[in-house]
Design a protein around this ligand. Sequence first.
Ligand code: NAD
Length: 469
Amino acid sequence: MDSHSQVLERLRTGFRSGITLPLEFRRTQLTKLLALVKDNEEQIVKALHQDLAKPKFESILSEVEIVTNDLHHAISNVATWIQPEYVPKNLATKLDDCFVRREPLGVVLIIGPWNYPLQLLILPLVGAIAAGNCAVIKPSEVSSATDCLVAELIPKYLSQDCYAVVRGGAEETKALLQNRFDHIFYTGSQAVARSVVQAASVHLTPVTLELGGKCPCLIYGRINIQAAAHRLVWAKYFNAGQSCVAPDYVLCTKATRDALVPALTNVLEEFYGKEPQKSPDLSRIVSARHFTRLMKLLEKTKGKVVIGGQSDEDDKYIAPTVLVDVEEDDVLMGEEIFGPILPILTVEELEKSIELVNRKEKPLALYVFSDESSVVKTTMENTSSGGFCSNDGIVHMTLPGLPFGGVGASGWGSYHGRWGFETFSHRRACMLRGWALERLNGLRYPPYSDDKLKWLRWTTSAHSTCSLM
Ligand code: NAD
C-alpha cells in the first residue's frame, strides 16, 4: 500500500497538471460517482446492514437517494456555479472587469464518521469534485464493511490521479493529518474535532467542521399530538437515534407530556411491533463501546423510564426508550445522546424552554412542534442553531438548496448543493484593468490636494455607481 506521502504526491501532481479544472472533467467524475452508487446499491445496502443492521428502506432513503439527488443537482448546475460573478462597480472602476472567480483549493481531506458512512463521505466529495479539487477520503473504521466497500469502489470509478481512499482509525488519521492539505472537511464528534483543528493549525489549513450536539424539540401550544408523535418517533429512532440531527430531548408542558407519552407508546408499537427487537426496521448500536456508553447513561439517569428500557448486549440492541421527570442537570442532558433514548423535560412556559436551550451550546438542528405560528416564530427568532424545522425532524437536511451545517460548537461551515461547491472553492476577487481614464486615476497620485481628495471620494463612493459615463 502507498504511504500517505506517496498518495498525496500523486494527487498533488494530478492537481498541478490542471486535469480537474475543465467543466467536462468535473461532470465526468460526478457522473462516474453516480454510477458507483447506482451500480452498487445492493452491496451498499448489505454493507450498511452489516455495520448497523440498517434497514434497506433507511439505507436507500438516507444514504443512496440523498447522495443521488445531490449528484444530479451538481451535474445539472456546476456549469452555472463556475461562471464568474460580476459585481457592482463605481465610477473609478467603470471600465474594468470586476468579478469573483471560483477556484479549486487543491488537495482536500474528507474525514467521515460511522453513522451515515456513505452519505457523509460522498456528499462532501460531490462539492470537492464540482469545485475542481483532488481529494483524500478517510472513512470511519468503525463502520468497517462500508469502509472496505468505499475503498474498493472509489479507485474503480474515479480518477486515481485525483482521488484516493486512505483507511485507518485514530492513529492513522492523526498521522495523515500531519500532512499539508488545502482544506480539511471533518464530520464527527466535538472531542476529535479539537485535535483536527490543532493539527490543521500547524499548516494554517482551513477547516470545515460538521459536528453534533443536543438537538432540542420544543412542543408548545395547540398541537396535533398524533401527527407529532409519528414524526417525532420517526426522526428519533431512525438509525436507532444515531443521527447528528436526531431530536435529542423534548421540552413541553406537563399536560402535553401526559398526552404525548401514550401517543408515543402507540406509535412505537405501530412502527416496530410489540417486540421491537424482532423488528427488521430498527438499526442496532454501532459498537460495544457505544452500547456501554448508552447503558451507563440509563443507569445513571434520575429520570423515570416510561417506555422501553430493555437491552441485549450480544445483539447491541437498546429498545426505543422514553424517560420523563428528567431535570436540566441530569446525565442525559450532558453529552449528545446519539442513541434510541429520548428524555422529556417539562417546562411550563415556552420562554423558559427557550432560555434553557440558549444556556446550552448552539445545536445542529432545532425543532419546534406546534399548530400555532406564533410559537414557531417566537422559537425561530429567539434561538440559534445550524438548521431549523417546524413540525418535523431531519427532513430539512434533504434539500440541496438549503445549506447543511452547524453554528458555534455544532460546526463551522456548511455544504449540500451549491453550498458544498462554495465550501471547496476559493472566491478570488478579480479586477481586470486597462490603461483608460488615466486622468481620473491620476487623482490618487501625489502631490495630494484637498481638491483631488474631494473628487476621489466621489468617484470611489457607492453613489458613483450610477451611470455617468
Ligand atoms: P469520531 O469523531 O469518533 O470519528 C470521526 C472520524 O474521525 C473517523 O473517521 C475516525 O477514524 C476519526 N478519528 C477518531 N479519533 C480520531 C483522533 N483522535 N484523531 C483524528 N481522527 C480521529 O465521530 P463518530 O463517533 O464517527 O461520529 C459521531 C459524531 O459525529 C457525533 O457527535 C455526531 O453528532 C457527529 N456527526 C455529525 C454530523 C454532521 O453532519 N454534523 C453527521 C454525523 C455525525
